[in-house]
Write a protein that binds this ligand. Sequence first.
Ligand code: FES
Length: 261
Amino acid sequence: MKKTARQLKVKVAGNEKVKENIYRLSFRSDYLSKHSLPGNFIHIKIENTVLRRPFSVHDIKGDKVYVLFKVRGKGTRFLSEYKRGRSLDVIGPLGRGFSLKVPGESLNIIIAGGIGVAPLVFLARKIGKRGQRGNNLAILGFENTGDIVCEEEFRRLAYKVYISTEDGSRGEKGNSVGILKRILSGYPEETFMRIYACGPKDMFFEINKTAKKFPNAECEVSFEQFMGCGLGVCCACVIETKTGYRKICRDGPVFDIKEIW
Ligand code: FES
């Protein structure tokens, strides 16, 4: 159940380097663990930076909340240096998450581009509790082998995992949508399916073209976006939809793909 966002003071429980420039930070929060939904994000105040930074809820185990992030600039570099026990100022849960209205018999496809995989592990955990075993697939696309993260998490959640790399160093060469096209070509058009995606916007565009051939396909996408206030006040995160401009921080970050194209 999602509740109103709260500002919370928590303590870093761990900050593990997962891959070069990719970290998994964790902290304990009873409130966030109870009230966050897959696709929600939290806004973290990082010392020596002016604006808070948004991070999707990567996973929740018990009262432990995980954030997976890539070092992309000064703020995330500072955050990567946070050690266990350091205090953290977070606001959350924020944003609109995935709808999770998955009928048990549908084919559930999670598709990630790069660090866009971050919110999809928590989602996979929630879907895994509802969907039928064998109906859950995860397609994970990365630049190269060195970037691959979260593969084992999806396997442990009983997902059939497909990997693509842009340079062909592991799995299928190309992006994750190529795998989606190949998999879907083996299913009848009337198949009920739910597609959940996070990654670059170009990837969503391609997914939409592919999913359109299936009248019973539903697709939700989570946008990765620079944010200012994170609360719907500053307009730094506006996106054009079919029904006008929307704010990714407040009306998203998850949108039904039909709202966009
Ligand atoms: Fe300020 Fe979305 S980040 S309105």
